[in-house]
Design a protein around this ligand. Structure first.
Ligand code: MN
Length: 243
């Protein structure tokens, strides 16, 4: 049966071996035979530039992806807020195709809006300000021109600041804004949205202009793995135990 798979928010790093092993097993055991695998952002805990591919862990991940694609399942990668600096060199090594955020995908006849999800969190104004800053080409050029060690130190500092900042933000502020969700679905004439980012997996029924709509939120890979499987019959979330 034709099936399309979605994952997000793996937050991979060399230190989290259980998540890495679960991903590699997923790619070898669950992905073959599917139509496509979509990664909707935050594949990595952070990404400081494709020249960091010399890190053996990054090369291992790229190798698993390339083998998956060669075995017959195309893979698509959307940037998240942690790994928005993933560029052409990583995608070429991993043989994955970059996906814009947002992207509309025809999924078995249902136009489906794919997003990472951070742009829906419009109540978090300090994050939205930071996003505008770090997504500007001039800012990225300046950051990438620094030596790897300086970039890593800077990124770790931002992460610490971000974690500290979250202590002062309510859960509601860090979730999606209901109006932003409806606006995004209307702008792209979709009635189904799949996103990650919030780490609040779920399936939410919506009503827009007297039509039913739905928002599916993918799970993170902190304590277990997870993927969404979509077929012509519908959507199903699966979990993957960490060993
Ligand atoms: Mn995110």
């Amino acid at each position: 049966m034709a099936r399309t798979l979605f994952i997000s928010d793996l937050h991979l790093s060399a230190e989290r071996a259980a998540a890495n092993e679960a991903l590699f097993a997923f790619l070898e055991e669950r992905v073959p035979g599917s139509n496509a695998l979509y990664i909707l952002g935050d594949l990595f805990e952070y990404w400081i530039g494709d020249d960091d591919l010399s890190d053996p862990f990054h090369a291992i991940v790229a190798g698993f992806f390339a083998r998956t694609v060669q075995a017959g399942t195309p893979m698509y990668l959307m940037h998240g807020n942690r790994d928005f600096l993933i560029g052409d060199a990583f995608c070429a090594a991993a043989q994955v195709t970059r996906l814009e955020d947002p992207t509309v995908l025809d999924l078995f006849g249902t136009p489906t809006l794919l997003m990472h999800g951070d742009t829906l969190c419009t109540d978090d104004t300090s994050y939205m300000d930071w996003r505008r800053t770090c997504r500007a080409p001039a800012w990225q050029q300046e950051f990438l021109s620094q030596p790897l060690t300086a970039r890593r130190a800077q990124m770790l500092q931002w992460r610490a600041q971000s974690e500290a900042g979250k202590q002062n933000k309510s859960a509601q502020v860090m979730d999606v804004n209901a109006t932003a969700v409806i606006d995004a679905l209307n702008a792209h004439q979709c009635r189904r949205l799949i996103h990650g980012h919030t780490h609040r997996p779920g399936r939410h029924a919506l009503e827009i202009n007297h039509q039913t709509a739905e928002r599916i939120v993918l799970a993170d890979w902190y304590t277990q793995g997870s993927f969404l499987e979509v077929t012509a019959q519908g959507c199903r979330q699966h979990t993957l135990a960490f060993i």
